[in-house]
Design a protein around this ligand. Structure first.
Ligand SMILES: *Cc1c(COP(=O)(O)O)cnc(C)c1O
Length: 389
């Protein structure tokens, strides 16, 4: 599309996310699934929950899947199962969603923030090793766990993270909240760490109609613990309490909705990849397009570019908005600078995370965008960069 065509098309409104259109596409299957639940009325841990667990485990080749109430609760249950608490250091990237840091703090552990790679935005393994060495040397905390985050749909550097966690005898958890469906070396994410947490928040690539999440693991003992912890620490019978747990179950209705969505998921992932490639081709002359983690396919939860020096992000956003192109900022502030987390940070500078927060910009990417929407985003972006206002 030419710039003139973009001008002519200024009235087009692109959606940042379009759950209504997605719903219309699968209305019949969705209705049937919901009606089945309304008929059997097993609203908590009904048969759809187990069916979903089986399907999700098969989807990524994991031995076990335990569905839970949210991605955050998945992270928390995984950490509780390892007994992580006061005196433990949990290493995680500073450039991620707040839940990754919140969970260790809720359990009384200490988050240790690690910087990220300036190109892929994933946790930097070299900095991670330096941070672990520093914690060991200080001698106050026990290096207990690493949370690798698969940011924006792409995988964290798993081979390096496994080596580091293995050498140090630390628990390795994959925060795959944004990236379920993505691949590394031809295999789906879900088996890279000791356990993997996923989220079904509505805006994630596989989203429910409310909160939801799941844990994946190849370890039968861990899976058993996760089942116990999500139901108040119950034992073989419901009224035997073996440990302090939580109410962390996935609703049957959410499982039913996810089962309907799962049938379309691969086609949606393929469409996201197509859009990302179109954006790469159309935008690379005007901004830094996302660097790919080698041998991986992103689930494209987020397509984020870095704006060139001298371009105001505020003006760029306003400009794009006026042309019907919504944008978002993931993340405007790295976690170590958040008011709630700053007191738990040792003051180490994390320059890459701080720089990214200042100039990253996410564009709409979801399966309901048609080719004309994609062309409109590209031509609007080009025009906004050129005119600068
Ligand atoms: C969304 C998200 C979570 C939390 O998932 P919820 O289902 O919203 O609790 C955790 N970590 C990351 C990286 C996320 O993007």
């Amino acid at each position: 599309m030419t710039i003139d065509a973009a001008r002519a098309g200024e009235s087009r409104q692109v959606a940042f996310l379009d759950l209504k259109a997605q719903q219309a596409r699968m209305a019949t299957a969705l209705r049937a699934r919901i009606d089945t639940v309304l008929a059997h009325c097993q609203f908590v841990l009904g048969p759809e929950v187990q069916e979903l667990e089986t399907r999700l485990a098969a989807f990524c080749g994991a031995a076990h899947c335990v569905a839970v109430s949210s991605g955050t609760d998945a992270l928390q249950i995984a950490m509780m199962a390892e007994g992580i608490g006061p005196g433990d250091a949990v290493f995680l990237p500073a450039f991620t969603y707040t839940a990754t840091a919140e969970v260790p703090l809720v359990l009384g552990a200490t988050p240790v923030f690690v910087d990220v790679d300036p190109h892929t935005f994933q946790i930097d393994p070299v900095h991670l090793e330096a941070r672990i060495a520093a914690v060991r040397q200080a001698g106050r905390l026990r290096p207990a766990a690493i949370i690798g985050v698969d940011l924006f749909g792409q995988p964290a550097p798993w081979p390096e993270l496994r080596r580091i966690a293995g050498d140090a005898g630390m628990f390795l958890l994959d925060d795959c909240a944004q990236s379920f469906g993505g691949t590394l070396g031809n295999t789906r994410l879900g088996r890279e760490a000791d356990a993997t947490a996923i989220s079904f928040f509505p805006s994630k690539p596989l989203g429910a109609y409310g909160d939801g999440g799941a844990l994946l693991t190849d370890d039968a003992d861990r899976a058993k613990l996760y089942r116990s912890l999500r139901s108040h620490g119950e034992g073989e019978t419901r009224y035997e309490v073996l440990r302090t747990g939580m109410n962390g179950r996935l609703d049957t209705l959410q499982a039913a909705i996810l089962l309907a969505k799962l049938d379309l998921f691969q086609a949606e992932l393929d469409r996201r990849e197509q859009i990302a490639q179109a954006y790469d081709a159309g935008l690379s002359a005007h901004a830094v397009v996302p660097a790919r983690v080698p041998e991986s396919i992103s689930a494209w939860a987020v397509y984020a570019v870095l704006l060139p020096d001298g371009i105001s992000r505020d003006r760029m956003q306003a400009n794009l908005r006026s042309r019907g192109v919504p944008t978002a900022i993931y993340y405007p502030r790295p976690l170590h600078l958040q008011p709630a987390y700053r007191p738990h940070h040792d003051g180490t500078a994390l320059p890459v995370s701080e720089d990214l927060a200042g100039r990253i910009l996410a564009l709409p990417i979801h399966p309901e965008l048609d080719d004309a929407d994609v062309a409109h985003v590209i031509s609007s972006f080009e025009l906004a960069i050129r005119t600068g206002d």
